[in-house]
Design a protein around this ligand. Sequence first.
Ligand SMILES: Nc1ncnc2c1ncn2[C@@H]1O[C@H](COP(=O)(O)OP(=O)(O)O)[C@@H](O)[C@H]1O
Ligand SMILES: [Mg+2]
Length: 410
Amino acid sequence: MSISTYSNEIKYIQQDDEFDYLKSLIESLDKGKSIGILLYGAPGTGKTLLSITLAKSLNASYYFIDGSPDLDRRDLEGNWELRKGYTKFNYGPLTRAIKDANEKGLSFIIINEINAIRESEQISLNSLLSENHINLISKGFERHELSPNAKLVIIGTMNKGVVGINKLQEAFGDRFLICPEITYPNKKKEIEIATKITNCKKEIAELVVDAAQQIRKQATEDFSISKLFSTRLVVNFCLLISKMPAKFLAHNIQNCIINKLGETVEERKSIAMILDGKMFKEKLGKVLGYSERKMKHQEETIPVEEVGKITEKMRKAINEYIENCGPNQIFKRNGEIMWKFFQWLWNNNRFILRNYFRLTEKNNYHMQYKKAMGKSHDYRGKITLRYIKWVYRNKNYDLVIFMKRFYPVF
Ligand SMILES: Nc1ncnc2c1ncn2[C@@H]1O[C@H](COP(=O)(O)OP(=O)(O)O)[C@@H](O)[C@H]1O
Ligand SMILES: [Mg+2]
């Protein structure tokens, strides 16, 4: 069985049939109306990924909004920008999503942490959800309406039981058609998710999921651990230990699991005890030991110390970009990266950009490029601009994950 093609494209893996259910709901309902879906559940259960995968599987464009108390109504609807001597109206994600839906028949608005949006800023979402149109207050009440041939899917995600964030207003919540809960997957499913997403060995995923479930159980039973071991954490940890040399295993357990989950010294002790009881480190070490030869080979291409330096330099180059071009010039509204960002780095910090893109070899993007384009991704030992463009065009969302999580620079 080959999972390499699957694992390179990051997709939601359904636990039961929740994905099929949502897809069917969207396909079955009449056109001309917006469809509100409120996904809730523990953090890191894949709610955001599920929403994006849904949009992608229906070939629809999507706009991504991160809910926060600072979010202004104008961020959603659009705002005026002062240019040299004239003003220009920039349409926001809601208006643009309506336009996309009207042109292509379907589009998505995905709002992360929707409960963090202030009540006063929910008005435009309210009218979009129940009356299928919005009136832009800052533009003379210009009306934008969903056409009878279009569907607009509005997915809000919210974490259950997160303190310090607003409760969702009843009138607002009521406007969503359905409110499915996304829970932690069962053992078998969680192992499948970890292996498919990270491409790690099944034995590794089994050991990690087993520990995660034990720690989760303890956390809910006697409250001795306050944070839950999320599927996101399972995935991150599997990724780390299968990429890094086995000699760093103890560091990874400490930094990625114990320190992240344990808020107090007592909590950390209690997590460490559970792991020790399971011989977690020893068992993992044994599995990793078998692949030492393979890891040595990976190290030869880019040594671990080098990776640290490369990401550090990339971070500096990004800061330089922000100083020159401003903080809002990296991500588009839908969460993807702007081309001009890479263009600037190519023009100003080419060496650093090339080195950073060399890291994509670890995710096998260069092999996929070769397969698709019939060319090597480097020329005389230097990464080509053509390859960077290809990754940008074909793997933008994966690239975001790559840059935020695999080799974090943001
Ligand atoms: N069912 C799943 N299928 C695939 N990946 C998952 C799943 N659940 C969690 N993950 C992993 O956890 C990460 C976090 O998921 P995310 O969608 O951000 O969670 P949430 O929005 O619920 O906090 C994903 O990027 C993925 O690596
Ligand atoms: Mg999320």
